[in-house]
Each structure stands twice: as structure tokens, then as C-alpha cells.
Design a protein around this ligand. Structure first.
Ligand SMILES: Cc1cc2nc3c(=O)[nH]c(=O)nc-3n(C[C@H](O)[C@H](O)[C@H](O)COP(=O)(O)O)c2cc1C
Length: 322
């Protein structure tokens, strides 16, 4: 049994957390992960309050517990923070300095507060702000980046510096990775890319195929897809093939996203990734992916992924103990 201070704190049975991943995450994916014993986070960036409320209704209807919502600081909406704090187990934050008032507001609503951090100093600041646990995120991970440290260096430094439970994230995707993170002292792992190509994920099928085909060296840290990103050009890890394809686009539009019944034309190098009903040059859109693509070989149900990882990690750790 992989019990850790994290599983005890949030009330799940395996120390595996579904990362918040924009529109890729949805209540069905969350329920598949929690149904297999993990914990699920859903992203809220750019979502209006009624849409977040509907997502939370979806989680409740499917009995997806424990679950939480993620707030990306460039899109901070205090109403979303309050809503999440009142209705889910965890509210966590990323891409901005830790903030005591936000943590207090989460605690006031009755939820646990966490911060995804990219440096040891930020980890200390998050603990000083009152966070219950942290996620350390290395540059190997997929998506927008805040911080520039590789995962194992960062994990080592943060575990030395703080007492709260710490999840490891960034480039992790196999049972060996999970076992290694736990053996190093992490209280669990956060996985994004590993769940991107699951059956329940709403990533575009072409994005899933590209993740399955990619090797770790086919991902790249770049600031290319920064159009519409509120902070301007900032690093993120995507498939290199997407940067190359976007570079060959001609014209003002890469394709269209369909979001809440609205058709939104996406400019070339737009930060918004393609969900399943995007149309146009999907291969040239922001195909976020971590070095953990190496662990993705087919489109599987998310629950099966959680079970394989937990059972595999447990086997490795008990063999090592002997
Ligand atoms: C498509 C995608 C979207 C993401 N969106 C968010 C987000 O909205 N908020 C956030 O805190 N992290 C986001 N992340 C980063 C994850 O929280 C996590 O750190 C990362 O996925 C870990 O690396 P991995 O992809 O190699 O597992 C995203 C990652 C991906 C791949």
C-alpha cells in the first residue's frame, strides 16, 4: 500500500495526482483517476464562474473525489477561488508568487491550499504563505513553465527546505518514476502528459497520436506559442513538430477552437491548445507535452494507467526494500 502524508491529507489511496491541463481535463477524466484511487485536479484558466460551477457539478455527479481546482495566476479570479474552496478538497495555484491572502481564502472556504513551485525560494514562500502541501515542477514537464530547474535538483532542494508534503511533477510517467520519486522522499507525483492521451482526455486525437509517437527529445522548451498568453513570451514545453508546423503556416488563422458553443479563430502560435473538436492545422497548434511522452504508447483508460503505475511502483519499492 502506497500510503503517504499526501494520501492521508487529501484522502486518496494511491499517491498519484492528475495534473490540471486546461480543457484536456474534464469530470470524466477526473472520475476515472479518482475511481482508481488517485486524486484529480481540473484547470480553470480563462473559465467564467458559471462554467467552473458546471465543472464542479460534473465532478459531484460522477462522485469524483478527492478532486480540486487549479488557478493559473495570470488568470486569477477570486470568485473561482471561493467557489472551489467551498466545493472541492484542494485549490492550488501556479505561475505567480505565493500569496497569503489567497491561501487564507482557500482555508476560509474549508479546502486545502497548495502551490506548484519552480524554485526552492518559491517553495519556502509557499509554506510561509500557509500552504498545506506543494508540487515541485521541473522543466521536463509539459505546458507553460514558471521556473527553470530540472526536477530532481529541485525536489532535492525543496525536500531539504520544507516540512509539508511535496509532490514531484515534470517528465514523470512510468512506475519506475513513481517509485523513484517516493523513494527520494516525495509524498506523491503529479502527472499531466501521461494522462493526455487517455480515452477520457478531450485532447484532439491528432495531439494524442503525436504524443504517442514522440520521444523525450521530440519535446522542446520554447517561447514560440505565446500569442494570447497574458504575460507575453514565456517558456513552455511542446512537441517540436508543432513549432515547426506553425512556422510554415501562411495567413492569419491556424484553425478554430470550439469553446462553449463559440467558434474561436486561433492565430498562428496561439497559446491555446487544440481540444477534440478543434479544426484546421491542428498539428501546428500548441501541442503541450513533457519528456514523459516516452511513457505513452497507446490510448488507454485513465483508470488503467493509475492502476499500472501504482501496482508497478509498489512492486519496485518492495523488491528494493528486500
Ligand atoms: C496540456 C497541459 C496543460 C497544462 N495546464 C496547466 C494549468 O492550467 N495549470 C497548471 O498549474 N499546470 C498546468 N500544466 C502543468 C501540470 O500541472 C504539470 O506540472 C505537468 O503536466 C507535469 O509534467 P508532465 O506533463 O511531464 O507530467 C499543464 C500541462 C499540460 C501538459
Amino acid at each position: 500500500v502506497l500510503r503517504t502524508p499526501f494520501t492521508e491529507m487529501v484522502g486518496c489511496s494511491v499517491p498519484i495526482q492528475l495534473a490540471p491541463m486546461g480543457a484536456v481535463g474534464n469530470p470524466e477524466l477526473a472520475a476515472a483517476v479518482t475511481g482508481a484511487g488517485g486524486m484529480a485536479m481540473l484547470a480553470t484558466a480563462r473559465l467564467p464562474v458559471p462554467v467552473v460551477a458546471a465543472l464542479l457539478d460534473g465532478l459531484a455527479a460522477l462522485g469524483a473525489e478527492p478532486a480540486g481546482i487549479n488557478v493559473l495566476m495570470p488568470y486569477l479570479d477570486l470568485e473561482v477561488v471561493e467557489l472551489g474552496a467551498a466545493r472541492v478538497k484542494v485549490v492550488d495555484f501556479y505561475h505567480g508568487p505565493p500569496d497569503t491572502k489567497l491561501v487564507d481564502s482557500v482555508h476560509g472556504g474549508g479546502a486545502l491550499a497548495a502551490w506548484q513551485v519552480g524554485s526552492v525560494d518559491e517553495a519556502r514562500a509557499a509554506v510561509d504563505a500557509g500552504c498545506d502541501f506543494l508540487i515541485v515542477r521541473g522543466v521536463e514537464g509539459g505546458g507553460r513553465m514558471w521556473g527553470s530547474a530540472p526536477l530532481w535538483q529541485l525536489l532535492d532542494g525543496v525536500l531539504e527546505a520544507v516540512e509539508v508534503p511535496v509532490l514531484a511533477a515534470g517528465g514523470l510517467g512510468t512506475a519506475r518514476h513513481v517509485a523513484a520519486a517516493l523513494a527520494a522522499g516525495a509524498a506523491g507525483v503529479r502527472l499531466g502528459t501521461r494522462f493526455l492521451a487517455t480515452q477520457e482526455s478531450t485532447a484532439h486525437p491528432l495531439w494524442k497520436e503525436a504524443v504517442i509517437a514522440a520521444r523525450p527529445e521530440d519535446t522542446v522548451l520554447t517561447d514560440a506559442f505565446s500569442v494570447w498568453w497574458p504575460n507575453g513570451p514565456e517558456p513552455h514545453r511542446v512537441l517540436r513538430s508543432a513549432v515547426e508546423a506553425a512556422g510554415k503556416l501562411e495567413g492569419e488563422v491556424a484553425g478554430e477552437a470550439h469553446v462553449f458553443g463559440e467558434v474561436i479563430p486561433l492565430p498562428p502560435f496561439c497559446a491555446m491548445p487544440p481540444n477534440r473538436d478543434a479544426t484546421g492545422a491542428v498539428e501546428a497548434m500548441a501541442l503541450y507535452a513533457g519528456e514523459s511522452v516516452a511513457a505513452v504508447h497507446s490510448v488507454e483508460p485513465a483508470g488503467a494507467v493509475v492502476r499500472q503505475l501504482a501496482e508497478g511502483a509498489e512492486r519496485l519499492l518492495s523488491a528494493w526494500g528486500r
